[in-house]
Design a protein around this ligand. Sequence first.
Ligand code: TH1
Length: 838
Amino acid sequence: VEASVPEEQREAWKKHSAKEFKTKDQFEADVVRHIETTLARSLFNCDEAAAYAGTALALRDRLIIEWNRTQQQQTFADPKRVYYLSLEFLMGRALDNAILNVGMKDVAKQGLEELGFRMEDVISQERDAALGNGGLGRLAACFLDSLATLNYPAWGYALRYRYGIFRQEIVDGYQVEVPDYWLDFNPWEFPRHDVTVDVQFYGGVRKYTDDSGKQLSVWENGEIVTAVAYDAPIPGYGTRTTNNLRLWSSKASHGEFDFTKFNSGEYEASVADQQRAETISAVLYPNDSLDRGKELRLKQQYFWCAASLFDIVRRFKKSKKAWKEFANQVAIQLNDTHPTLAIPELMRILLDQESLEWDEAWSITQATFGYTNHTVMPEALEKWSVPLVQHLLPRHLQIIYNINFHFLQYVERNFPKEREMLSRVSIIEESEPKRVRMAFLAVIGSHKVNGVAELHSDLVRTTIFKDFVKIYGPDKFTNVTNGITPRRWLHQANPRLSALIASKLGGHDFLRDLNLLHKVEAYVDDEEFRKEFRAIKYANKVRLAKYTKEVEGITVNPSSLFDIQVKRIHEYKRQQLNIFGVIHRYLELKAMTPEARQKVQPRVSFFGGKAAPGYWMAKMVIHLINQVGKVVNADPDIGDLLKVVFLSDYNVSKAEIITPASDISEHISTAGTEASGTSNMKFVLNGGLIIGTCDGANIEITREVGEDNIFLFGNLAEDVEDLRHAHFYGDSFHLDPSLQRVFDTIRSGTFGDAGPFSGLVDSIVDHGDYYLVSDDFKSYVETQGLIDEAYKDQEAWLTRTITAVSRMGFFSSDRCIDEYAEMIWNVEPLPPPKMNGA
Ligand code: TH1
């Protein structure tokens, strides 16, 4: 029940309603007030942590006002809303972003200075909100930024994990995982203890006949877990629109603990129940692009889908519109298959609770959902065991079987001559045990399916969903190439470059319309512009060098070529190709005369990224990188010619330091495996060039920046199948001699005990080299050679980087969001709210 203040008393409210601060003085007053009263500290015991807390709380006050207004506005206007369901949102830090988005950077900087603090130090007190693994989660975060910036009425829905992605420590060259308990102090979330949803698990299904004689089903006698909403404001850049990210936290449905159990002496049992409930939202699964099929993961997925759907339906029902209007009011985007249970859940609500007929419920459901596929790799495609779904969600399994029944009937009718197709496209895989193919369910239950880069969307249409293109026609399948938010990945990460561009373009409009960057190309020959551009890159490299010294204890020379590969460690991403290339380089350097070494381009190879805790090969790649670093960095023959750095605990806030500092970054996945990649876009936007394969968004980056401004190498996706086949069935396995030498060196113990590395080498030599490292090694090394040569001509290099930056407009996540809005969601922006006295 909602209460509102009577008309006559509203004047007092309006008079005292909080105003947004605009001046430095008001900002300082708010910071000091929060430090003194909210935190109970004073100028005599205010450290940087307290300064951060005070600043965050002051900024938060201001965000809340705009957030409340936005939500009020959306409630009144009741437009069609977008709901972005993602199990991951890799948000990073919020304070810096909030300051920039509300346009308070100068005020905050000066204000903090007057209070005795440096803005950078205060900002770096914040812990990352790391509720994601990698690109998929960061994409969701960029999308939220763009949705708010473009004034779309949109909500994100996720889980409030108590532990985000683990922190990575490197001990003796090995990865060690440390839990990321991040909620100690989180000023950005608002618990909504009054917004709860009871979610059911287990139990059974009972059929009954209602008063009108209709046959219905009810799911009952299950266990109930309560979802509590926690909301976080998402401010748009240069607009008052502040959207909502709603995170669900799980708790026992009977509150603290069960009093009946407690009173009957079962104290431990009652606490155990409570802990079991809280376990659901306890931890983010740390696997990137890998399906492990764990029961708790399925529980997380359903818990989150059920709570979100209930919330969305509750909001829709307030408008008193008819059900046939649902899909005109609601667009739900499924970020990969993780939220696919939302499809049978909406069906269950419409059938069992709202008593709609199957056909009507189904057409509403299909019109509501869109599904984004992020990978075609088989090991990442989710398949849940039928007995597990039966046990946990008996009613959903019935509905899934029914969806499948209707679908297969349709296929049979329309393709009577292709009976083999039925088992291929069935939602149920006839394995032992049977499994639910979540990607098929997502395709069947959505009106649009998109891939995340052109090559990837082509592969989606021609490989994993080939039959479905035939069944539904090609229009159901589309492409929306990924993008990144230029607010965080240019303005925030590289303020000096943003300022330089603004100085030439007459302001920061390009941050809202990144295509304006094309005007930068006019300055490619402008000496003053070039000088500043070069100085900025150098300063960013100095910053990373300083960080590397402070945190990793390794001295690097910022005049070297900075070569960076930072991303999750995965065999398909081929960090092993990179480190083998580094070893090759080391061996070449060792074999040179001192005179020959004089001509060599010095280089620093930076690596960074986490391995899933159970992924042995990935962990050995990390170990090899660290071991090679130990040897190379200490070798007096080598000096500054080659350094190898593993940057530990790669995350969003570190990416903001690392990305602007590259000369070259590596995006070298086996062709056809990396759906898009998004850091490739970030590096080029920040004035670095790419070495990459013809994979994912690299291909479109090449189209935009031109072939001269990127270094491509390696085999093409269309040849991968044949090459793999040849490894298994070809005569003898032929290794390039230089790669053979690398393997011999590893095996000889040059980088310490070779035992741990045998798996890495054997996977190539003995087990078919699935990721085609040996096939691409030669062209990789040659291309690195071309890069060394090209880098020596610093003027030509600079021209390439400036040109590339100016052509990156296409890769703004704003462009993506507009494409989704038009092609998939059919939603319009809503003008931002007006403020009191504004
Ligand atoms: C990534 C893709 O690997 C990457 O190429 C793409 O740029 C990114 O998504 C955004 O579209 C994926 N991350 C995951 C994570 C899980 C499962 C599948 C994928 S695909 C847990």
